[in-house]
Write a protein that binds this ligand. Structure first.
Ligand SMILES: [Zn+2]
Length: 355
């Protein structure tokens, strides 16, 4: 039965039952029957449905297995419901393709995410979170330098990353899902790199800190603190800025952002959290950010965006090992077979987006 998947694909396009029905030549009521599994479309209608909804017809027959969890975007986002629905549909679709890819392997070649062995069972204070961030860096062999590729760092420790293009207005705040027992973090291609990185690190914070925080510490604030501490370790910031400062040059924040991939405002907060500058200095600079319109868009070149390669790499690995054929590979990548064929042969490398 295809009801659930049809409903989701329709949500992703934002079409009403009426509009979809008109496009495929059936009544709105018939679409409703399909969605409630009270009727099954014939093969002709199915082909037209997949065209109208821009999905491959196989899409309707993939079993529904994936659930979104920790949907924190619901409680904070200002995004319209219709946009959230489209994001959710896109994420579920990508998550299911992950699930399907994972199921192909006798043993999925992505490590299991595990908490650092030394992670304490309870966390006492915000300052304690700095130690947790350092602990993860040690556990992951990241040293104290900037993390140039955060997605790669997460993926190589068993956290899958889904990048959605749906969020045109950049309105949601990241969300988590779980696929094949692995945590998944979602970010948008419409965000600058520093915002993607903050969200990735913030969600890692949830995985580490959830159930370990005392009642007086707000989990969202704690995860924000973790994110900035993970991106810019305390010792690194003290080395860059000094132990105590009476004022900061705004260009210092800019250089820190370019080096560590944490926003200028994030670096400003971090300097105040660590007592390098006073809260008064932070507030003064923050007001100056606001008056110059830098709160929403910071000056200068944005930090480069994060890219994920893992899914594509695993599809080609499965193909290379003969686990799947071209048609399944194309389906997993969500592109037509002829396009996949060109991509596989590295044809049109400069001309197409699917490289
Ligand atoms: Zn959160």
């Amino acid at each position: 039965m295809i009801g659930e998947r049809l409903k989701r694909a329709r949500a992703a396009t934002g079409l009403s039952m009426q509009a979809l029905g008109a496009e495929v030549g059936v009544s709105a009521n018939m679409i409703k029957k399909y969605e409630h599994d009270q009727s099954m479309p014939g093969s002709g209608v199915l082909v037209r449905l997949s065209k109208a909804l821009e999905v491959r017809s196989e899409y309707f027959f993939r079993p529904v297995k994936v659930e979104l969890t920790g949907v924190e975007y619901r409680k904070r986002s200002n995004a319209p419901r219709a946009v959230l629905k489209r994001i959710e549909a896109d994420v579920l679709d990508q998550a299911e393709r992950w699930q399907e890819l994972a199921n192909l392997w006798p043993s999925f070649p992505v490590p299991q995410f595990s908490l650092p062995a030394m992670l304490p069972s309870s966390i006492g204070s915000m300052d304690h979170i700095d130690e947790i961030a350092d602990l993860v860096r040690t556990d992951w062999n990241l040293g104290l330098s900037p993390i140039p590729d955060l997605i790669d760092a997460l993926e190589s420790h068993g956290i899958l990353v889904i990048v959605t293009q749906v969020d045109a207005q950049a309105t949601f705040d990241g969300l988590q899902a779980s696929v094949a027992g692995k945590p998944v973090v979602v970010v948008s291609t419409n965000w600058p790199g520093d915002r993607q990185r903050f969200t990735l690190a913030h969600e890692l914070g949830h995985l580490l800190l959830h159930d370990r925080l005392p009642a007086h510490l707000d989990e969202e604030k704690a995860c924000n603190r973790f994110a900035s501490a993970f991106l810019v370790p305390a010792s690194a910031l003290r080395r860059q800025l000094g132990e105590k400062r009476h004022a900061l040059e705004v260009r210092e924040l800019y250089l820190l952002k370019l080096e560590y991939g944490l926003s200028m405002q994030g670096c400003l907060y971090r300097a105040a959290d660590l007592g390098i500058i006073s809260q008064t200095v932070r507030e003064r600079m923050f007001i100056s950010f606001a008056t110059q319109g830098w709160r929403k868009q910071e000056p200068g070149q944005p930090y480069r965006q994060e890219i994920t390669f893992l899914f594509q790499q695993l599809v080609y690995r499965a193909l290379g090992e003969g686990i799947i054929g071209e048609s399944k590979a194309a389906e997993l990548l969500g592109i037509p077979v002829f396009e996949f064929h060109q991509a596989r042969k590295l044809e049109l490398l400069d001309a197409t987006a699917h490289q």
